[in-house]
Design a protein around this ligand. Sequence first.
Ligand SMILES: [Zn+2]
Length: 362
Amino acid sequence: MAEPLTIVSVSLNAAGFIKKYWKQVLICLFIISIIPALIITAVINILFPQVSKEEFNIYKNLTAKTGINWYSFMAYDTVRLDNYLKENNPDESVFDLLRVRFKEYEIIETEKQITKIVDGKKVTETITQKEYKVIRELEIHGYGPIKNLLLSLNYFSAEENMSVKEVTDFFTILDKKEEYEIETSILTDVDITEDFDDNHKQWYFALSEILPLIDPTAEFDPDEYIIPELSSNPSIPSIWPTQGIITSEFGENRIAHIHEGIDIANIISTPIYATADGTVIAVGSSGNFGKRIMIYHGTDESGTTYVTIYAHLSQFKVNVGDKITQGALVALMGNTGYSTGPHLHYEIRLNSMPINPRYFLQ
Ligand SMILES: [Zn+2]
């Protein structure tokens, strides 16, 4: 056991050390305290890679004017890169969605003499016959093959300036020439997913439905959102999300639109529950919806994706990325957004189409 004198001297030494090096000590304490937060952030980023608003804008801008759905394109990249969109290069991968059918002809002209009888007289005429010989025939998609084709056609801006719009315009002009036959088209969902396994196909179709819903660059953008992993056994939303009085049914006519959910009124802070198991994919304020959350419940074998929306909330009880079970408390009722009194606006979306929640309620 230490003598009391020793303890006092140790304490004095420690106090002296802190007095002398207090700045360094504070810095060390600060670093130690933020390490857990950094680790948690890193883990969340690995498990639920979040994609910035800028990223959504990149996909939208690249597809504007080309006839490509930005969400098909973004879903394609997400699935192709296994949700690791940080490794994407959309300027190039957008060409994976463009198909070019190309034919080049050599035109061989031959002169031929023909004899006709005009007004009882023999007349000899020389006519030119054209023969079209195919010298090149291709059906390609993807950045590399399309770039090689462009270079072979002396499209010199291919090196640094290659956008889908410019490339298709160039091919359209070339197609008018006699020696070329060029047709460009955007790949269909079936073609895009041809090389994916069943799981990735299902994920692609799920994301094509979910991305427009969580779009942070849209009019009603959520504050926080994630692009979810595929959940292949959907949990069906089958319980009531809260208690109260139904004040508006699904499908009622409103000014300029039809009511896409069901309204349940009660007092502020009435608990609101998840109607099925799922992953929280969007949390935040969103225009007329006010504070709202969105839960992804999974995608079935036929490709139907289930999402529920809870709007006009006063408080959130979950974060994006949270995995929740049916009946879990997710929020409290409120009067935020375009709302004339405390109520919950509840929606069920099947492949982003609003469906009457009553069909699912027990
Ligand atoms: Zn409503």
